[in-house]
Design a protein around this ligand. Sequence first.
Ligand SMILES: Nc1ncnc2c1ncn2[C@@H]1O[C@H](COP(=O)(O)OP(=O)(O)OP(=O)(O)O)[C@@H](O)[C@H]1O
Ligand SMILES: CC(C)(CO)[C@@H](O)C(=O)NCCC(=O)O
Ligand SMILES: [K+]
Length: 257
Amino acid sequence: MLLAIDCGNTNTVFSIWDGSRFLTTWRTKTDWQRTADQYFVWLTSLMQSQKVDVKIDEVIVSATVPRVVFNLRVLADRYFNCRPMVVGKPECLLPTPPRVDPGTAVGPDRLVNTAGAFDRHGGNLIVVDFGTATTLDVVDDDGAYVGGVIAPGVNVSLEAFHMAAAALPHVDVTRPERVIGTNTVACMQSGAFWGYIGLVKEITARIKAERGREMTVIGTGGLASLFATGDQLFDRVEDDLTMHGLTVIHQYNKDHT
Ligand SMILES: Nc1ncnc2c1ncn2[C@@H]1O[C@H](COP(=O)(O)OP(=O)(O)OP(=O)(O)O)[C@@H](O)[C@H]1O
Ligand SMILES: CC(C)(CO)[C@@H](O)C(=O)NCCC(=O)O
Ligand SMILES: [K+]
């Protein structure tokens, strides 16, 4: 069975794929110092407590933090007796290679998202992912990633704001009752919520104008469903898009090697 690992700058998500569905999904803080033994103890205790009694014999990893790959390789090798596929490494094939400036190391999460979205919806897409960064990725008609936009993530900007301004507290992003806040927290939440709605609307409109055509917009990442309540930003919200993309790339490599 396949263990798919999506390691972002903030969180790392583990999912077990039985070939037709995900049996479970677990999330932990990304920490490059965590050892293979620590991952294994954590995984096995979750598997036992949720009665997930399966044998993992394949692993695929997408890591936006290069340093975590070493310990995840050891995890796969020592405990699952396999070599992991690592997205972005030359030996891991992509269904359609990206078309970007030479020498650009596209984030593997963006490659995975675009592969997953193309598999489900075909080409001509914009994928918006609200993670540590807010990324907008353009998928061409043939499924290739052809560039996009990287903006600061919602939580990153709120945290930076709190650190930079002495009188501003830490706030969590949420949809405020009104646009005009009548206290500091409500004002900040309004700035974050409506500000990111505006960012996504403006950038998706400009991408469509630059390409001169309508495009399907897919939202993913923990905050996509929250932002979807504010305006018609997305044609679809798919929380499992990155995990789906990992299974697509894994299957593609099995079929082509
Ligand atoms: N309903 C919600 N309200 C507020 N925050 C949420 C909600 N759902 C998820 N989040 C938060 O949204 C953030 C984005 O989640 P996601 O898993 O997409 O990215 P991440 O783990 O922060 O980033 P990365 O993948 O880059 O590590 C997380 O910090 C998560 O705790
Ligand atoms: C932009 C992030 C941080 C989003 O997770 C990641 O995809 C990344 O580190 N990318 C590298 C740069 C690029 O994608 O062009
Ligand atoms: K993510």
